[in-house]
Write a protein that binds this ligand. Sequence first.
Ligand code: ADP
Ligand code: MG
Length: 240
Amino acid sequence: GERTDTLLQTDDLVKRFGGFTATDSVDFAVDEGELRCLIGPNGAGKSTLLKLIVGTLSPSEGSVYYDGQDVTDLDPDERVQRGISMKFQVPSVYGDLSVRENARLPIQQFADGEERRRRVDEAIADAGLAGYEDVEASTLSHGQQQQLEIGMAAALEPDLLLLDEPVAGLSVDERDEIAERIQRLNREEGIAFVVIEHDTDFVAEIADTVTVLHQGDVFREGSIEEIEADPEVRRIYLGG
Ligand code: ADP
Ligand code: MG
């Protein structure tokens, strides 16, 4: 995407769970319209960092700035209204509800009437699920469920969309569809992304920039070429 001003900035962000430090003084920034991938070993603190940004976790120390304002004390709904939304690693689709009912869930407190209908219809169409509106979500493929989840987060019309492992366990074709979708939302709607993903081919295809997290802190940042060529990154993560 086109890079301009800073959209998100964390300042010395710390999250402790008991005596364990999951997020260790993280300074992390995302520009408007940037497509950023976040990689790192299991347990590095990737999911925790995104939850601190969207506000489902509160930091032990430090601050989150969004659009130039301190949002550290805002709850997730207030952050949605500012323009941050997230697809979580753990599935949040209800299998016994229809596609339309699922798509409506996250946005129901933010829009109503015609505006809500428009956003739900758009999210379903954009997820490639037109015609599946009344189908029970449990009958969708894993790839379609991930598409629906992205749609549920995108229907909030964010300026920053956080995706925690949107292609884990998907086929190559399903991955390609999600890569195209993310790139389309980035280029056409100008949405900035932070995408957690392990597959470096997927990361190479979509990312403007890559942040490597290790033991709760930023280890490296750069282009995918710089990251893949870095011997220290290979040692801690890529297994080279
Ligand atoms: P990643 O997404 O990079 O795999 P996480 O952010 O999920 O890592 O977790 C980072 C570390 O914090 C892990 O060691 C994990 O066990 C720990 N952790 C995450 N959430 C909690 C929690 N709610 N309570 C205790 N420990 C947690
Ligand atoms: Mg995780």
